[in-house]
Design a protein. Structure first.
Length: 118
């Protein structure tokens, strides 16, 4: 069973930066991709970014392009989300997820709160 544990959330002022980490554990961890999602109060969960485990190619939501960077360390089974130029619109619980295939995300972390004060 794959387990995902996020860390790095917290309170930051607008314009600041945070780096989230997602550490994966479990037998023979080799996902199709790893994704970051977020859910703000009263809103549905939305896609933020993803990274393909094999070649490191990335995709981003339009709302975070140019500000957020997703990366991975295969040796550590860890994915990162570097978030810069944060605004109050980025306030949400951030979740990482692992997709075993291209069809769906099978495993989810517990989430980490990011709060941006204006």
């Amino acid at each position: 069973q794959v387990q995902l544990v996020e860390s790095g959330g917290g309170l930051v002022q607008a314009g600041g930066s945070l780096r989230l980490s997602c550490a994966a554990s479990g037998p023979t961890f080799s996902p199709y991709c790893m994704g970051w999602f977020r859910q703000a109060p009263g809103k549905e969960r939305e896609f933020v970014a993803r990274i393909m485990w094999s070649d490191g190619s990335t995709n981003y939501a339009d709302s975070v392009k140019g500000r957020f960077t997703v990366s991975r360390d295969n040796a550590k089974n860890t994915v990162y989300l570097q978030m810069n130029s944060l605004t109050s619109e980025d306030t949400a619980v951030y979740y990482c997820a692992a997709a075993a295939t291209r069809f769906s995300y099978n495993y989810w972390g517990q989430g980490t709160q990011v709060t941006v004060s204006s």
